[in-house]
Design a protein around this ligand. Structure first.
Ligand SMILES: NC(=O)c1ccc[n+]([C@@H]2O[C@H](COP(=O)([O-])OP(=O)(O)OC[C@H]3O[C@@H](n4cnc5c(N)ncnc54)[C@H](OP(=O)(O)O)[C@@H]3O)[C@@H](O)[C@H]2O)c1
Length: 280
């Protein structure tokens, strides 16, 4: 919840232990970038987003839509504090100009030391479509010491101006030039391995529609360790950005695309949070 007390950072948030204890089985055990060679080929992956009752992430492509209530918003920031990195597709970076930092009270920039507890923002932008400047929200926050500099996952390098800005904020590039599949989409296994090589041990993948639908497909479902979805009590209507993965067939017959196991539903204000693990 937004923090009213005057001796705390003005825009910090708190998330009560009584609620966070329900989430602990679904979040990674520890955070902190590893200086050692990665022990695992990929980070722990939490897929998390907010959806309407008709499975929409936003009311129309490219339009940011407020869905979660204040309690779920605080939960998202709590989850960010428990992961080394957070990832979005370039569609989200362009549409939302997201902060991609963590505002939980006690993390770096919000009452804590340095950048302790701040995740690395990761933006998947293979074609270099994201036109960021010093004024872009996550860059501004990194400059103010309230977030880390972003890592850009790209396949065509970047302009020297963009590269300079990223480097000045201790961010950088991950080049995925040689990792395209036949449809020219980057392979998620390789994106995640490249992040593991950078020392990222846990990552929260937040959207948008194209990224989530791809990860829910049979090809990538096994890469997900945890799913935490906020369901808001609203319908957005047709034409929105919908979570609805491609169909799956076995022997020419349609079968469900995926299902969760170890499911828990946690009421949070007017929303409900669904936690689970992919049933492989
Ligand atoms: N409710 C929520 O929790 C939530 C969270 C996040 C976002 N959103 C909403 O979602 C919407 C954006 O969703 P979106 O589907 O338009 O965009 P998106 O998923 O954020 O980004 C899609 C783009 O990312 C790149 N990309 C993703 N996966 C890739 C892969 N495997 N290989 C290569 N490139 C890849 C592609 O860029 P190129 O086309 O350039 O190749 C693709 O077009 C916005 O309206 C935003 O507000 C909602």
């Amino acid at each position: 919840m937004e923090n009213p007390s005057s001796d705390r950072p003005r825009d910090s948030l708190t998330f009560p232990d009584s609620k966070s204890q329900h989430l602990s089985p679904y979040i990674p055990l520890s955070t902190g970038l590893s200086n050692h060679p990665p022990s695992s080929a990929k980070p722990f992956v939490t897929l998390t987003f907010a959806t309407s009752l008709d499975s929409n992430l936003s009311i129309a492509p490219g339009v940011q839509t407020a869905l979660s209530g204040p309690e779920s918003k605080a939960m998202t920031h709590f989850l960010r504090s428990k992961h080394d990195a957070i990832l979005v597709g370039v569609g989200t970076a362009i549409a939302d100009n997201p902060s991609l930092n963590c505002r939980i009270e006690g993390v770096g920039g919000y009452g804590g030391e340095g950048l302790e507890g701040q995740p690395i923002p990761v933006i998947v932008d293979p074609k270099g479509r994201w036109e960021f400047t010093e004024e872009t929200k996550c860059m501004k926050l990194a400059k103010q010491g309230k977030g880390k500099g972003p890592l850009l996952v790209t396949s065509n390098g970047s302009t020297s101006k963009k590269l300079q800005l990223l480097s000045s904020l201790s961010g950088g590039l991950i080049d995925i030039d040689s990792t395209k599949d036949s449809k020219e989409r980057a392979d998620w296994g390789q994106i995640l391995s490249a992040l593991a090589l950078k020392g990222v041990r846990s990552i929260m993948i937040e959207g948008g529609g194209s990224v989530i639908n791809e990860l829910l497909s049979p090809k990538y479902f096994h890469l997900i360790d945890s799913v935490i979805i906020t369901v808001a009590p609203t319908w957005l209507g047709k034409g929105g950005v919908q979570v609805c993965p491609d169909v799956r067939t076995e022997a020419g017959v349609r079968v469900p695309v995926g299902r969760l196991k170890d499911v828990k539903w946690v009421p949070l204000g007017e929303d409900v949070v669904l936690c689970g693990r992919p049933k492989i």
